[in-house]
Design a protein around this ligand. Sequence first.
Ligand SMILES: NC(=O)C1=CN([C@@H]2O[C@H](COP(=O)(O)OP(=O)(O)OC[C@H]3O[C@@H](n4cnc5c(N)ncnc54)[C@H](O)[C@@H]3O)[C@@H](O)[C@H]2O)C=CC1
Ligand SMILES: O=C(O)C(=O)COP(=O)(O)O
Length: 528
Amino acid sequence: MSKPKVLISDKMDPNAAKIFEERGCDVDVITGETPEELKARIADYDGLAIRSSTKVTAEIIDAATNLKVIGRAGIGVDNVDIPYASSKGVVVMNTPFGNSITTAEHAIALMMALARQIPEANDQTQAGKWPKSAFMGVEVTGKTLGLIGAGNIGSIVASRALGLRMKVVAYDPFLTEDRAIELGVEKADLDTLLSKADFISLHTPLTDQTRNILSRERMEAAKPGVRIVNCARGGLVDEAALKDLLESGQVAGAALDVFETEPPAPDHPLFGTKNFICTPHLGASTTEAQVNVALQVAEQMADYLVNGGVTNALNMPSLSAEEAPKLRPYMALAENLGSLVSQLAHGNLTQISIEREGAAADLQGKPITAAVLAGFMRRYSDSVNMVNAPYMAKDRGLDVREVRHDREGVYHTLLRVTVATSQGDRSVAGTLFGNEAPRLVEIFGVGIEAELAGHMLYIVNEDAPGFIGRIGTLLGENGINIGTFHLGRREAGGEAVLLLSVDQPIPPEVERKACELEGVKVVKALSF
Ligand SMILES: NC(=O)C1=CN([C@@H]2O[C@H](COP(=O)(O)OP(=O)(O)OC[C@H]3O[C@@H](n4cnc5c(N)ncnc54)[C@H](O)[C@@H]3O)[C@@H](O)[C@H]2O)C=CC1
Ligand SMILES: O=C(O)C(=O)COP(=O)(O)O
């Protein structure tokens, strides 16, 4: 098997390339390309490692015909079209913690720089002036810091600010009272935060809800003389309003590490505004953070490309390298059961339920569900995989249910997939022999033991002597070699199920002739 190929398209610590090579990937580092250049190149690669400069648009993804994973060495993934990547079955991963301390420290650094006007004082001093009386700062001790967003970075900022003896008020709809107490912050709504904060620091992603969260109206409603720091994303603060409010003094200072458009135009209105300072998206730029995120992204991507382990994916459940081998036979079983039920059940299938019983109940349900759905959706799309199957299922309005039963039944571990059809529920079930070999053990209520692989023929017939000979003769006359033969029946003389594996696809005319055999009720050629 050839090695997976990875492209690093943004400036990244050299440890990333080293790790990719050590973990069995070929890697190219080509940074600073235009979108057209990237588009022309990307089809060669299985993995794309980026920071914030590469914009991974739908157009790039369409050109990336071999791409399996996009890895963001950092946190924000607003430069990746995740829904489109998901629809194409491409995993998107980030490194959610590697640069959070560094970014929190940058927010604190900017807050201190604002409080003491350090950049301006530095400029003037080095220009040969000695402007001692021109600069009068403010202490942060005893002041209130308002955090908009108290996730990973916001929480670290809170701990540092508390160390500086500030009071911290946080607005975050997902912050619980318990977590607020644990962090030592006061949970507040946005209006309260605005009325109390001497400094405001933003730490949310840019979403429809957070866009313009510091709007003109909100900044006008804030405490007069407030100082604002944004180390999260451009677009959270209304830049035009910020300029006006800095000029009026309502906002006493503002520090932006991020801009609505990056890089901002050289004549950006905020440039040169009094009490405005900025840095060029340096939040994550420390040696420590860059080594962290480079190592982590390379490890995660290589793990996925080489072993199938999934960590920190934004569009797929995680699967550790330890869990991956344990789950792998279950996923194979799950995918085959999903495929079997979708090949056999007819009509408008709108509900699917996935039950895990015995040992399977202790496993992570999401990857198993994703595998069932991938098998189930395969007949609707060639490009379906575990990443995009749940999205495709949702798009089709499929109601997906997960059920776990701790009790052990006849089998120590069991997966059951049931679809609701117009004739009622139809279910298939399977187990693992020796914890590794997937086996079908039940098909539509009939017990049968079979391996689902390759080309197969499914027949339901009346249980009567002579039938096996007749089907054997038919296949033999048509040059079809039988590999394995599995029988099951509801009761003696009742309905019997025959599942054969054959060495080549069953031609439609043989399927039709089998249908005409005496006592046959259903014939269906299957493939796995
Ligand atoms: N300047 C830079 O170089 C860097 C910027 N960042 C950015 O910092 C931001 C925060 O990162 P993390 O703390 O790691 O993310 P996180 O996901 O841990 O925390 C984000 C928090 O925002 C909260 N939130 C979401 N919607 C909200 C709303 N409408 N109002 C208030 N709070 C809301 C969430 O509940 C969550 O707690 C991200 O946008 C990330 O891209 C991250 C690293 C470096
Ligand atoms: O991790 C993030 O979200 C960042 O914004 C850091 O961006 P960068 O990797 O420095 O381009």
